[in-house]
Ligand binder design. Structure first.
Ligand code: E4P
Length: 225
């Protein structure tokens, strides 16, 4: 499973990148608003993020119609080579996905909450499909079993020929809220998990690791010089 960080904060991305395992970034309008981002700074902010990470950076196109989404997608894709356009699933998003994909622009279909949505996104040529785990849990449903169903359904078919360069869509486990979600995403074989920085850090924590480290340090002091 590849690890993406789900943030618009360059400091978090920079730190995660130093760990040597960061494969990409996902952003969204809420994440940019959360760090106090200004509209006028958005293009340069995205370019800054794209220069930090050696991998795809998903940036959400905001618009109500296919044409608005395509126009915004083209504007955003021109910012950096590693920009991936995030489109919301729906009639307009699907249509925009086909148009952008046919132009060689990678799309991450976002806000996916069902198997039919995921399969339609794959038919439209999406390079990435993002089932939202935590938000499904939030409404009393089971986000992990939804993710499992989506992975299962997509694996029934050969998607080569729909996307860019005959590549199959990659499933991004999104809206990840806990280490448990990360564990389950890996057990299900999700291609990617996009994880908030705080949760990504928690993935490395374990009380027995801490205890073991303290014991080794203590015993090292007893080694005869
Ligand atoms: C994914 O691409 C989204 O940016 C993100 O995972 C949404 O997470 P949230 O439901 O915690 O806001």
């Amino acid at each position: 499973m590849k690890f993406f960080v789900d943030t618009a904060d360059p400091d978090e991305i920079r730190e995660a990148a130093t760990w040597g395992v960061l494969a990409g970034v996902t952003t969204n309008p809420s994440l940019y608003a959360r760090i106090g981002g200004k509209l006028a700074d958005f293009p340069s902010h995205i370019q800054q993020i794209c220069s930090i990470v050696d991998g795809p950076v998903s940036v959400e196109a905001v618009g109500n119609t296919r044409d608005e989404l395509v126009a915004e997608g083209l504007r955003l894709a021109a910012l950096a080579e590693n920009v991936v356009i995030k489109l919301p699933i729906g009639t307009e998003g699907l249509a925009a996905c086909r148009i952008l994909t046919d132009q060689g622009i990678a799309v991450n279909m976002t806000l996916v909450f069902s198997v039919p949505q995921a399969v339609l996104a794959a038919r439209a040529g999406a390079s990435y499909i993002s089932p939202f785990v935590g938000r499904f849990d939030d409404i009393g449903e089971d986000g992990i079993s939804q993710l499992a169903d989506i992975i299962d359904a997509l694996s029934n078919y050969d998607w080569r020929g729909f996307g860019i360069n005959d590549q199959e869509p990659q499933v991004i486990a999104a809206s990840i809220r806990s280490v448990h979600h990360v564990t389950q995403a890996a057990l299900l074989g999700a291609d990617i998990a996009t994880i908030p920085f705080a949760v990504l850090k928690k993935c490395l924590d374990h009380p027995l690791t801490e205890q073991g480290l303290a014991a080794f340090a203590k015993d090292w002091e007893k080694v005869i010089a």
